[in-house]
Design a protein around this ligand. Structure first.
Ligand code: BG6
Length: 495
């Protein structure tokens, strides 16, 4: 059913996110009849431009970035609903003009005063924009709704995330705040809960009695692209671990919520994050690995040293790779290590959760040494080649008993005929209908920061690492392999 009448106000509408994801996602929603007829988009951008030019620009961008063919009639409907406001995000005048424009849009499109503000700006503007919206009365809800989507990064560390939460809570109620993590928009991530809690088969073995350990890998073949300026101040822990990887971890490891209501799910996520054993400084030395790529070859292409990227310091200490071992202190996960890793310029683009089950108790196969036993792996492939596979051992045909690894495999493309999407459709739609289940609550974000705080502190206090310590196109520094080898294990995809 279509969402409620509303206006989406995008701050930073000239940026990449708007043209690559937001407009194509909104167009896809229109295509699926999920946008109401009473709908409009207002782009707020610093550079002056006419409404007409804005529409032309958006029409060009959608041709390039749409995930589906453009239906001219539908685009015409869409384009008519695009408005534009030029203004500095810090200037009070911008907000009085925005208020006037929104009243005009309400009259022209019958949007009923429901406004969704999307902060697709640099994080230093988040607070200002919310305060300014508040000061002209654009965040008050009387009879209509007002919601704000805040992009990552939400804070730079625990202290700044707390300060941001505190600051915006003076203007907005928690129910108006939608902290986005685009990983939760991925079908395969949402499917983790369906897979776990919708099937009788897996949940009974989803615990320390049957699971040996869990590996979460988010490998990227891309480098920092044109984002050196941002990435230099972030690094892999802030960019990927604190948010996306912890979301995957929480979905994989949390207890069943009592319902799929937003707070029920978010309560369980918080409980899980709270149960992660805090890392002592000593743990940081032994359980965490950082790396930075040097020159190398990725997918046949020569990649220069990270330190030579634009807006990166020539002696940069920023990590482009991180691996860590975490333990979760609850009954379900007692003594089950969770190994997490992510990196730029790795040989393969792969996001997966691999669950290794425990070995059989005794060895009946005399010719098979323990090392040759095929491990039972359940692999949830988040992207690409979305699906789930279960690896087990089978008898290799022949007169002797030998074991070979085989797979039972489910691929999304074999079963479901879904249209290509950007991953933002569900999130935008959910916000329009007021469902915050897939968004982060203030405590979820802060708990994520709390877990990574000791890592960031210890790394900062240590003398600079001898970077680069892995070549682009390899699976990160050797230490990352040793992290598992010390425990008698190995990464699943690194061979
Ligand atoms: C972003 C990070 O949040 O996620 C990027 O800032 C990263 O550095 C991206 O490349 C990965 O997203 P996806 O959807 O391509 O896995």
């Amino acid at each position: 059913r279509p969402a409620n009448p509303c206006v989406i106000v995008i701050f930073g509408a000239a940026g990449d996110l708007t043209k690559r994801k937001l407009i194509p996602a909104l167009y896809n929603l229109a295509r699926s009849n999920l946008l109401p007829n009473e709908f409009a988009i207002v782009g707020v951008i610093r550079a002056p431009m006419s409404n007409e030019d804005f529409r032309i620009q958006m029409s060009r961008d959608i041709e390039e970035f749409s995930t589906n063919d453009i239906d001219p009639q539908l685009w015409q409907w869409f384009e008519k609903r695009l408005y534009y406001l030029a203004g500095d995000f810090q200037d009070t005048q911008t907000y009085s003009q925005l208020k006037e424009l929104l009243m005009q849009v309400d009259r022209e499109c019958s949007t009923q005063g429901n406004y969704l503000y999307y902060l697709a700006t640099a994080p230093n503007f988040f607070c200002d924009i919310i305060w300014q919206l508040g000061s002209v009365g654009l965040t008050q809800e009387d009879g209509s709704w007002r919601r704000v989507i805040i992009e990552k990064p939400f804070g730079h560390d625990l202290e700044s995330a707390r300060a941001l939460n505190k600051n915006i809570s003076t203007i907005l109620k928690e129910s108006q705040i939608y902290r986005i993590d685009h990983y939760l928009g991925k079908e395969t991530v949402q499917n983790i809960l369906v897979f776990r809690f919708g099937n009788g088969l897996f949940e009974p073995i989803w615990n320390h009695r049957y699971i040996d350990h869990v590996q979460i890998t988010v490998g990227e073949t891309v480098g920092v692209e044109r984002r050196g300026g941002y990435y230099e101040g972030a690094g892999a822990i802030r960019d990927m671990v604190q948010n996306h990887i912890f979301q995957l971890l929480a979905m994989m490891a949390m207890e069943p919520p009592v319902s799929f209501e937003a707070d029920a799910v978010r309560d369980e996520k918080s409980k899980l994050l709270k149960a992660i054993q805090p890392l002592t400084p000593q743990d940081v030395l032994t359980h965490t690995i950082r790396g930075q790529y040097g020159e190398g070859i990725v997918k046949g292409e020569h990649i220069p040293n990270y330190r030579l990227e634009p807006r990166v310091a020539p002696d940069s200490g920023t990590e482009t790779f991180a691996a860590l071992k975490l333990m979760i202190d609850n009954w379900r996960w007692a003594d089950v290590p969770f190994y997490l890793r992510t990196g730029k310029c790795l040989p393969q683009r792969v996001t997966e959760i691999a669950i290794q089950f425990k070995r059989v108790p005794s060895l009946l196969f005399h010719e098979t040494s323990v090392d040759q036993l095929v491990p039972n792996f359940l692999v949830i492939r988040i992207q690409p080649n979305e699906g789930i596979s279960l690896q087990f051992g089978a008898k290799v045909p022949g007169p002797t008993v030998r074991m070979g690894a085989v797979d039972m495999d489910f691929a999304y493309t074999d079963y479901f005929n879904s249209t290509p999407s950007t991953g933002y459709e569900t999130l935008l739609y959910d916000c329009m209908i007021g469902d915050a289940t897939l968004f982060q609550r203030s405590d979820n974000v802060e708990l994520g920061w709390k877990v990574v705080s000791p890592i960031l502190d210890v790394w900062k206090a240590l003398p600079p690492r001898d970077f680069p310590n892995y070549a682009a196109g390899t699976w990160g520094p050797k230490d990352a392999d040793e992290l598992l080898q010390r425990d008698g294990r190995q990464w699943r995809t690194s061979t």
